[in-house]
Design a protein around this ligand. Structure first.
Ligand SMILES: *[C@@H]1O[C@H](CO)[C@@H](O)[C@H](O)[C@H]1NC(C)=O
Ligand SMILES: *[C@@H]1O[C@H](CO)[C@@H](O)[C@H](O)[C@H]1NC(C)=O
Length: 532
């Protein structure tokens, strides 16, 4: 009876699986290895260099025919192996190896995806690590408009910011914060191709939860990226090891979920993989974050081998992702501003508790006035809502020059998110009562600077000294759609006798020993400023 029931239950599976299973496999023709996933996707790897040379989804060729898809700028030459393995032999793993890098491609039975992981022991000589899918513009034309440069009338900055129909466009304007970027893709008629970075896929990347990098460029090819690391406003050293796992996933158009099971990788045994059984968790509660930021509480962990993050609940409760064993700096972020740190050691198979508190002075100081929130972002300021997808010169932005702000009556959205040395200063008028005069402190917080830019001020004719040049990434930033660098705070001791009862004028300038024109002149990005 039992046998009979089991047998009947098996029947439909066998009947369905047998013909389709026959299609799952790999065929070789010279150096071309063609894998049929039996899930609608058939792809070809060049086993001499590891390039993907074809990806056909439901018969539609997604791969560009002149430039192929590859890790870095291609491996040049690589030694590739292919193995059918895993649970029920339902996986084909192709590993293409050089002396410092192994690129893994995995086909999973009946899954329209190329699962990938990249193992590195050294930074590629080009100085950045990225997977680039060079897809066919004919079949997959549609990605983020701000990064679509096809038909441009030429570069307006470097070789990466272009003008299209009067709008500034750049691949950098496709970037999203890592913490928000699990799935990004391109679409065409009856087809969508999506890069998915699930779970702990960023653990060997660099820059933390708010780092952002290129996702897309729409040119002669539709380029879809996963940047594992780069010097694009990078604030950390590069990590090596296993990057990912990640996946290039095909659909008939709509975005797939990032929540697919990656545990099958453990049976495939790629170099550098730490199994989930060999990981541990951190659990705890973050306290002291002002309620206005209760939906923007983030906990991050970092050491030289790995980085992780998680959004805490509005009450501050958090549980980390599955982390590699080791000792980490645990950081509490109020939005993008680090407001507390502690050290925590994670051990295999255990959960350690590590609570963390907001120890930042801004959340306990009372200010005479404040412009913006001290949260590590220029959110709310003029052009802050546009800077991620436009160049500062874009005519869709509001002007940057000659801004005078009056405390108490000007809208915060009229205060500029950035100050450029060549564009000129910003003026802040404010009124004080006699009890608010005397020796006071002005604080200006910034999130990023370019070419050594930092604030100097005059108040009613008194001039501050010039602070030292900040430590910031040596990279264009605000013109590439990001404010995310090293957060810095500057304080200015305004001497007694400077401030007066009634009307006062503060002027903020960019100081730097360097020079430059317009938006490539020394600059910095405002987080917030306050007088106390
Ligand atoms: C495969 O790669 C080798 C080495 O780079 C190259 O010479 C060959 O043309 C490639 N084959 C295809 C089909 O692209
Ligand atoms: C700010 O103060 C300066 C100097 O007192 C004055 O010239 C300017 O008109 C004021 N601007 C505003 C917007 O109040």
């Amino acid at each position: 009876m039992l046998l009979n029931k089991a047998f009947r239950a098996l029947l439909p599976i066998v009947a369905l699986a047998a013909p389709a299973f026959a299609a799952f496999g790999i065929t070789t023709s010279g150096s071309s290895w063609t894998v049929d996933t039996a899930g609608g996707l058939v792809f070809t790897i060049n086993s001499s260099n590891g390039d993907i040379t074809s990806m056909k989804f439901n018969g539609i060729e997604a791969q560009d025919s002149s430039k192929f898809s590859q890790i870095s700028s291609g491996l040049g030459s690589a030694s590739c192996t292919n193995t059918r393995t895993g649970n029920n032999n339902n996986y084909i793993i192709i590993a293409c190896q050089t002396s410092t890098l192994t690129q893994y491609y995995v086909a999973q039975y009946k899954t329209p995806a190329i699962h990938m992981a990249t193992y590195t022991t050294a930074e590629p000589s080009v100085g950045e690590l990225r997977f680039i899918a060079r897809l066919s513009r004919a079949t997959l034309p549609t990605g983020p408009t701000a990064a679509t440069i096809y038909g441009n009338s030429g570069a307006i900055e470097g070789s990466d910011v272009f003008m299209v129909n009067g709008q500034t466009r750049s691949k950098f304007y496709s970037s999203k914060r890592f913490i928000d970027d699990q799935v990004h893709g391109v679409t065409g008629s009856g087809i969508g191709a999506y890069m998915i970075i699930p779970g702990v896929g960023y653990e060997s990347s660099s820059g933390g939860p708010f780092f952002r990098d290129i996702d897309f460029q729409g040119g002669d090819q539709s380029e879809l990226y996963f940047f594992q690391n780069s010097g694009h406003v990078q604030t950390e050293s590069y990590r090596q090891g296993l990057h990912g796992p990640y996946a290039l996933w095909f659909t008939t158009g709509s975005a797939p979920s990032a929540d697919f099971d990656t545990t099958f990788w453990e049976a495939l045994n790629p170099s550098g993989l730490t199994t989930f059984a060999n990981r541990g968790y951190v659990r705890g509660t973050a306290s002291g974050i002002p309620s206005a930021f209760s939906d923007k509480i983030v906990i991050g962990w970092a050491n030289s081998a790995a980085q992780y993050w998680v959004k805490a609940s509005s009450s501050g409760a958090f549980t980390s992702p599955k982390m590699k064993p080791g000792t980490y700096t645990q950081t509490l972020y109020k939005n993008e501003l680090a407001v507390g740190t502690t050290t925590v050691t994670v051990s295999t198979g255990t959960t350690v508790t590590a609570n963390i508190a907001d120890t930042h002075a801004d959340d306990s100081t009372s200010y005479i006035w404040q412009i913006g929130d001290f949260d590590g972002t220029p959110a709310g300021f003029k052009n802050a809502d546009k800077i991620e997808t436009m160049h500062p010169s874009d005519t869709r932005m509001g002007g940057w020059a000659g801004i005078a702000y009056t405390v108490g009556s000007s809208a915060v959205s009229s205060f500029p998110m950035a100050l450029f040395k060549d564009v000129g200063p910003v003026t802040v008028n404010f009124s004080l009562s006699s009890s608010q005069t005397g020796a006071r402190t002005l604080k200006i917080a910034t999130t990023l600077a370019f070419a050594g830019g930092r604030p100097t001020v005059t108040v009613n004719g008194w001039s501050s000294s010039t602070p030292p040049a900040p430590s910031q990434p040596d990279s264009r930033g605000v013109t590439r759609g990001t404010w995310r660098g090293n957060n810095n705070e500057y304080t200015y001791a305004i001497p007694s006798g400077t401030l007066v009862a009634g009307s006062n004028t503060l002027t903020i300038y960019v100081a730097s020993g360097s020079s430059g024109s317009d938006y490539l002149s020394p600059n910095f990005i405002f987080d917030a400023l306050a007088l106390y």
